[in-house]
Design a protein around this ligand. Structure first.
Ligand code: HEC
Length: 106
């Protein structure tokens, strides 16, 4: 039965890897449809709305100092001129979008 357990573990690992890959592309597509108009395609807030609202780029020290949980809270509850997303997106979608945003924070 050892062999069987090994196969199951492998299958589970493959499923988990796939979920991770989906989560990432999910984050990217949520970001593109819900966040990009203000935060810009690469998080630089170089879009029209981003400039008009003076959204800070992802490289701004004030943005960089936030950890993932703080960014999730900001997205959920709103921040400055950004409306809260907690009624529009699920917690998982917010997390995915924030994780994608964080790939721009260097
Ligand atoms: C209507 C424009 C708008 C949209 C849409 C928007 N934001 Fe924001 N966001 C802002 C503004 C304005 C702030 C205030 C702080 C600032 O100047 O950056 C902000 C702040 C943030 C912050 C805190 C760090 C920072 O940049 O100051 C995070 C994280 C964030 N937004 C993520 C998101 C995510 C994720 C989405 C999509 C689910 C999103 N935002 C959609 C305008 C927007």
């Amino acid at each position: 039965m050892k062999f069987r357990t090994g196969v199951t573990t492998l299958a589970m690992m493959a499923a988990m890897t796939m979920t991770a890959a989906f989560a990432q592309s999910g984050g990217a597509s949520i970001y593109k449809t819900k966040c990009q108009m203000c935060h810009g395609a690469t998080g630089m807030a170089d879009s029209g709305a981003g400039k008009a609202m003076k959204v800070k780029p992802a490289t701004d020290p004030d943005v960089k100092k936030l950890n993932e949980a703080e960014m999730i809270a900001a997205t959920k509850n709103g921040m400055g001129k950004m409306q809260p997303f907690k009624d529009k997106l699920t917690d998982a979608q917010i997390k995915d979008a924030v994780e994608y945003f964080r790939t721009f924070v260097k």
